[in-house]
Write a protein that binds this ligand. Structure first.
Ligand code: ZN
Length: 478
């Protein structure tokens, strides 16, 4: 892979098309297969209706007597199947096949190694993006005026990982009523099952604006409605954060265009999600998004940083502490570096992390490495993973600078991780993180990881008295 090192002044390439008519057309909603090409192994047809999504999956080849198709358990949820109805499978002659559903998220289709078609409807389970319950925002939003759905929550696909490179042609249709469909899968509408799984789809009533970023286009779509903060302010804020992170990491972590959605949460539902090629954020529209203790800016910075840490650099095994903790650390650091938060805001954030870590009941008895179910089932453990992970990032930065007499910082470690072909291929593991740290500093790191990540030794962190003192320990500039 070839990565472009960004040059100083590169952020000048970011210009705004706000108020301009030079807005590129949205990615085409209708697709199909070119007549002279070998048909893809799977054809996925998504038809958006006013009150449902109809999915048809034609699987031409699979080599299985019985094929298991699954909806994901994304974000620890195992009931996305509640949106699915009328699921049926047919052989090539149109005969219906007897599908066996396990009641949770797997449908077993007796295919006799033959091509078959699967069809089903996705119906709405809520009447706003935020819904009524805490996790409703994850489920497909299907409204009269607009909709938004993530592939993991409505696509029923072969569950076996060996199918991830299987070629897929994708076709999306929507009634004219909706005008536009936005998607993170590119112009060609040719993809594979691994990418299709992370389809991001939004349609209907959205404002949208584009800005160019080093030859790529970043598109920001905003749910139409009454927002207190103007789209111009939001785009300005989002682009500053994205450019700052690109400069500090030294690469742009997406090969094609990036789609960012902003939808309406509520005073209790605010957050974001990042998938390949798309970031989704949701806030209380009644809030001035640049106020509120900079929480919206922090959420933007956190989700954007996952484009680097979690999507470009994939993490496997027991690495949630790195994925969430380092993302949190860089989110707040970005805001400090951009002057979006003050040194005193930064001090408050840091001291809150220290005290939350100290008060967490899991802190001194449960290693912060991924504990599987515990991560999603316990808010307190999940909080520890974020807070302690961020404090480990701080300690690692301090240690790297001490060991290298300030020649290297945590930014250098991150740049290594983001560009090392072997790590990008394998994903970040405990073992290759250890190698990267030792190569960067020329010192042993096994005790550090053993004590604080695999173990429960108390972290040697204190609350700081002054911002000046805290800032003397971190890299405040890129
Ligand atoms: Zn996160």
């Amino acid at each position: 892979m070839c990565w472009k090192r960004l040059l100083p002044g590169w952020c000048l390439l970011v210009t705004f098309l706000l108020g301009s008519n030079q807005i590129a057309a949205e990615r085409p909603a209708a697709g199909g297969e070119a007549a002279d090409e070998e048909p893809a192994t799977v054809h996925c047809q998504i038809e958006i209706l006013r009150d449902a999504i109809v999915v048809e999956l034609l699987i031409r080849e699979h080599g299985q007597e019985v094929l298991d198709l699954q909806i994901s358990d994304w974000a620890g949820r195992n009931d996305y199947s509640q949106s699915i109805s009328d699921l049926r499978a047919y052989d090539a002659d149109g005969n219906e096949l007897q599908v066996d559903f396990d009641g949770l998220r797997t449908w077993r289709v007796p295919t006799s190694q033959q091509p078959f078609t699967l069809t089903y409807r996705v119906h709405p389970t809520k009447n706003s993006f935020a819904g009524e319950d805490t996790w409703d925002f994850l489920y497909p939003t299907i409204l009269e005026s607009h909709g938004l759905a993530w592939g993991p929550t409505f696509l029923v696909l072969p569950g076996d990982e060996t199918f991830k490179d299987t070629r897929v042609s994708l076709s999306i249709t929507a009634p004219e009523h909706y005008e536009r469909v936005f998607s993170n899968i590119g112009q060609q509408q040719q993809t594979n099952l691994g990418e299709l799984r992370y389809l991001f789809l939004a349609w209907g009533d959205y404002h949208y604006r584009d800005f160019p970023l080093d030859g790529r286009t970043v598109r920001l779509i905003v749910e139409a409605g009454d927002w207190k903060t103007s789209p111009a302010t939001l785009i300005n804020l989002a682009s500053r954060i994205l450019v700052s992170q690109a400069n500090s990491m030294g690469i742009i972590p997406f090969n094609e265009d990036l789609l960012i959605s902003l939808t309406m949460g509520s005073s209790s539902v605010m957050g974001g999600t990042a998938v390949p090629g798309a970031v989704s954020l949701y806030f209380d529209p009644a809030t001035e998004l640049t106020d509120h203790g900079s929480l919206p800016a922090y959420l933007i910075a956190h989700e954007f940083f996952h484009l680097w840490n979690g999507i470009h650099l994939r993490l496997f095994g027991h690495m949630n502490w790195f994925k969430e903790g380092f993302t949190d650390y860089y989110a707040y650091l970005t805001l400090l570096r951009e002057g979006i938060v003050s040194p005193d805001d930064y001090l408050r954030w840091f001291n809150r992390a220290v005290s939350a870590y100290r008060q967490n009941p899991f802190a001194l008895n449960t290693p912060v490495e991924d504990q599987g179910e515990l991560f999603w089932s316990s808010d307190q453990f999940r909080d520890l993973v974020y807070r302690k992970g961020a404090l480990i990032a701080f300690l690692m930065d301090r240690q790297i600078r001490t060991l290298t007499e300030h020649r290297s910082t945590l930014d250098d470690l991150m740049s290594v991780l983001m560009t090392d072909e072997k790590i990008l291929e394998e994903g970040l593991t405990h073992a290759n993180l250890l190698v990267a740290l030792e190569e960067l500093t020329g010192s042993a790191w096994d005790n550090f990881l053993e004590d604080y990540v695999n173990g429960t030794e108390p972290l040697p962190v204190e609350e700081f008295e002054s911002a000046e003192d805290l800032l003397s320990h971190i890299s405040t500039s890129i």
